[in-house]
Design a protein around this ligand. Structure first.
Ligand code: NAP
Length: 482
């Protein structure tokens, strides 16, 4: 087992997890390419104040590397980054990662059955290509009129300027998604004033975060079954959420009651209540876990502005009603370009077509992983493998189970290529698109999953046990080996 050379693009949880799982399965010729100077992916890039995970730590970790020492129920960014680096180091993966190396393109050479990579450090070839580029790696900067004219520092949450001291400053934050609801409570105590620009509000739900006592950490270390039990309970609750957002939408009713109560409990001002209360369905936008968002909005040095932004000026922001609010610093909490997947890397398949051409209408892949015409290539956390709940790490591990099954098939057949059939990919796509129609994400709000044409290249429309079951083995006839 394990004679194939494997190139992995991306050194976040996906790339590191892939390399560890390949190594454990006996594949030694694995090279991970990471364009940043460190591994970590989103956890390396998102260092904004307040950055933390909104999936409980005992589920947001590899099943093969449980950490009994998480400091909190929801670990902060630095701890998650340290965990990933520790996993990479202790599993012998760190030395297989080429940091500071961008893969610009990957081209399938059909004659030699090799992927030819053009990297910023020179060419590289491999039998198998695994992309682990994430869905939230490219910051989205909206085309706001006058943005370039702003005189002070302006930066995206995923490119936080730690050299900019916010103490005593007037700060404008654009956006009210998951990043904003963490940043604003974290900076509010030190800034003079913060204006939060909201285009449309999203529902929030209590996070219930707390610190683990040293005793609890010792118990988890001594009795790993306790941690597994906790993980199973978190997963079960997440599955309930996934069912509610997909095909049992009646289950959303109690969630809506909890969300509404969170607003009325924290905010007394009827005008502010009105502004923060979404008109769309709970879960249509990503449901945000927080305990301090509404209390922060009610603070005297915070203003929630729901007028449309007309223009960024050198000194602040002017809204459609003509009001100009001064700002010293501008923070763009405006999310990510989520529909490109492997972009900007160019991937060229067996008939000379690029993935971007194959995905001209919408990115799609069989089980989110395999694309006809792109042999020996697997996408981790690829199209339609994101959820409204669940842990991406669970998804990555399940996906890697599929990759390992495909590699075993290659070895067993003594073959060189494995490629999903067009028939299997099309049948899966039809089933997926039909199922997406019934989900809460398609009930008319703006979210980062659905594009202007109603295409959804991001969401998995079933529960996560379904994903694991489907990816666990290769369906007979789904793949051709040669
Ligand atoms: P996001 O959820 O896409 O939110 C972007 C925000 O910017 C939205 O409020 C959006 O308004 C607003 N916006 C975008 N363009 C705008 C414009 N031209 N004018 C005014 N407002 C504009 O991005 P995010 O908050 O970075 O979160 C993205 C995803 O990352 C999350 O859903 C989550 O999956 C993940 N994340 C997780 C964590 C965590 O684990 N703790 C933290 C951060 C992010 P509209 O809603 O009206 O579009």
């Amino acid at each position: 087992m394990g004679s194939r050379s494997i190139a992995v693009v991306g050194g976040g949880f996906g790339g590191v997890g892939a390399a560890v799982m390949l190594r454990r399965a006996g594949y030694d010729d694995v090279t991970v390419f990471e364009r940043a100077e460190r591994i970590g992916g989103v956890w390396h890039h998102n260092t904004y104040p307040g950055a933390a995970c909104d999936v409980a730590s005992h589920l947001y970790e590899f099943s093969f590397a449980p950490n009994p020492r998480w400091s909190r129920r929801y670990a902060p960014q630095a701890e998650i980054q340290a965990y990933l680096e520790d996993v990479a180091r202790s599993h012998g993966v760190l030395e297989r990662v080429r940091t500071g190396t961008e893969v610009r393109s990957a081209r399938w050479d059909g004659e030699r059955a090799k992927w030819l990579l053009d990297t910023s450090a020179g060419p590289h070839e491999a039998d198998v290509l695994i992309t682990a580029c994430g869905q939230l790696s490219t910051p989205s900067v909206p085309p706001l009129a006058g943005l370039d004219s702003f005189a002070g520092p302006a930066f995206h949450t995923a490119r936080w300027r730690h050299d900019v001291d916010l103490a005593g400053k007037r700060v404008a934050v654009i956006g009210t998604g998951c990043s904003a609801i963490q940043v604003v409570p974290a900076i509010q105590p030190i800034v003079q004033h913060v204006d939060v620009y909201q285009r449309s509000p999203g529902w929030t739900i209590p996070k219930g975060d707390f610190a683990y006592s040293p005793r609890a950490q010792r118990l988890f270390a001594r009795f790993p079954a306790l941690q597994r039990l906790d993980r199973a309970a978190i997963f079960a609750f997440m599955e309930l959420g996934a069912a509610a957002m997909t095909h049992h939408r009646w289950l959303l009713r109690p969630f809506r009651a909890i969300c509404t109560r969170q607003i009325t409990k924290a905010i007394a001002d009827p005008e502010l209540r009105r502004k923060v209360t979404p008109s769309d369905e709970v879960g249509c936008k990503r449901l945000m876990l927080t305990d301090d968002w509404y209390p922060t909005l009610a603070k005297p040095n915070v203003a929630l502005v729901d007028e449309r932004i007309a223009q960024v000026t050198p000194n602040g922001i002017r809204t459609a009603d003509g009001t100009e609010r001064a700002a010293d610093v501008l923070v763009l909490a405006t999310g990510f370009k989520t529909h490109g997947f492997v972009a900007p890397m160019e991937v060229v398949g067996s008939d000379g077509r690029t993935l971007a051409e194959e995905w001209a209408t919408v990115a799609r892949a069989y089980l989110g992983m395999s694309v006809p015409g792109f042999p020996n290539m697997f996408l981790l956390y690829g199209p339609n493998t994101n959820g409204g709940t669940g842990s991406v790490i669970y998804t990555i591990e399940a996906g890697m189970g599929h990759v390992l099954a495909a590699l075993a098939e290659l070895e067993n057949a003594g073959a060189q290529r494995i490629e999903v059939s067009r028939h299997a990919a099309d049948a899966f796509d039809r089933e997926l698109r039909a199922a997406l129609k019934g989900t809460v994400w398609h009930t008319g709000c703006t979210n980062w999953y659905v594009d202007e044409d109603g295409n959804d290249p991001n969401q998995w429309p079933w529960v996560w046990t379904n994903y694991r079951r489907r990816t666990a083995q290769l369906q007979p006839g789904a793949y051709a080996v040669s």
